[in-house]
Design a protein. Structure first.
Length: 328
């Protein structure tokens, strides 16, 4: 960059998990220029904060490498919830017991002296898809991430819809069968209890209890209890009939759920992300074809159902999007 040129504005996106903290340097087009990952120490409130600060400092030092004249405009953080996104307070996340009503945004801002924004991972990832990804150009967006759980985000006019207290858009805990399996949230029949990775694996194991043969057993070295959703996906790719049966059920369940979403929100686009999405993405057309069975909206199939742009780095991109988006 020539001497005297205007600084390049970049943002640090941070993704906090129960065991790791990932941080990345992100530019205004949503490109992740640099990123790193460090362990998350949850032994105490201060140890956890030090883990986050360490990840931020490490990637901040790389700003000068990525650009000779980079300026860090802010820090956006994806944190486990429940949390208060307006105040930047982490309330009581189950996998971060060291933080209770912890003012994360204030603490990070005090140390790094830039604006800091905090939200949950699904909201932030959905915002990143709206700004730079698969939902770019659409105003009203429904985003779903399928992984260990099912998280969702709703964007109205390009802005995250938080609801009255910040607890809105918990679409993964919409029940599609009040007599269904118990979800981790305590309700029954949530889509998370059917279509999250562990739920898919559980249904696959149940099908093998009757002695049916499947490539999934080979992948699990003959131990059904070790079957996971990635093994289901691998067996599916090789044409395994039991895996295909599990997938077909999953598609039907998701179609039922999304039919409800369409009737409630009628978004301009629906985006699917998360670790399980690699198994679902080739079959999004099948899900869309089944929507009319579960939606009153006769034009439900006109709503695009598309794969997300960001994969495992969705938390970093999402954190950055919180800063680049217009104030809410």
């Amino acid at each position: 960059m020539a001497s005297g040129a205007s600084p390049v504005g970049v943002v640090i996106g941070v993704d906090i998990g129960g065991t790791k903290v990932a941080a990345g340097l992100v530019d205004s087009s949503g490109e992740i220029l640099r990123h790193n990952r460090v362990p998350m120490n949850t032994e105490s409130e201060t140890a956890a904060l030090a883990s986050v600060t360490g990840a931020i400092e490490a990637v901040s030092a790389q700003a000068s490498i990525s650009s000779a004249n980079a300026q860090i405009l802010g820090i956006g953080i994806c944190s486990p919830g429940p949390l208060d996104p307006r105040a930047g307070v982490v309330i009581n996340p189950p996998n971060l017991p060291c933080w209770r009503n912890f003012p994360l945004a204030t603490e990070i801002s005090r140390t790094h002296r830039v604006p800091v924004r905090v939200d949950n991972d699904a909201n932030a990832a959905g915002l990143a898809e709206g700004l730079w990804g698969a939902a770019r150009g659409f105003r009203n967006v429904f985003y779903a991430t399928f992984g260990t759980g099912v998280g969702t985000a709703v964007l109205i006019g390009g802005t995250i819809y938080h609801g009255r207290t910040g607890a809105a858009a918990e679409g993964g805990h919409m029940s599609i069968n009040f007599e269904g399996p118990e979800c981790g949230c305590g309700k029954r029949g949530c889509i998370e209890a059917y279509a999250a990775g562990p739920a898919i694996a559980l249904r696959a194991r149940a099908k093998l209890e009757s002695g049916r043969s499947s490539g999934m057993l080979e992948l699990a070295h003959g131990k059904p209890e070790q079957i996971n959703s990635f093994m289901v996906a691998e067996a599916l790719a090789s044409g395994d009939p039991v895996a295909r049966e599990v997938l077909s059920e999953t598609i039907e369940l998701i179609a039922c759920w999304l039919g409800n979403v369409v009737d409630l929100l009628e978004p301009d686009v629906m985006v699917v992300g998360g670790g399980v999405s690699s198994m679902l993405n080739p079959h999004l057309g099948e899900i869309q074809d089944r929507l009319p069975r579960y939606s009153l909206n006769q034009r439900c199939c006109e709503i695009p159902l598309v794969p997300a742009r960001y994969g495992e780095d969705s938390g970093i991109a999402g954190g950055a999007a919180l800063c680049f988006a217009s104030p809410q």
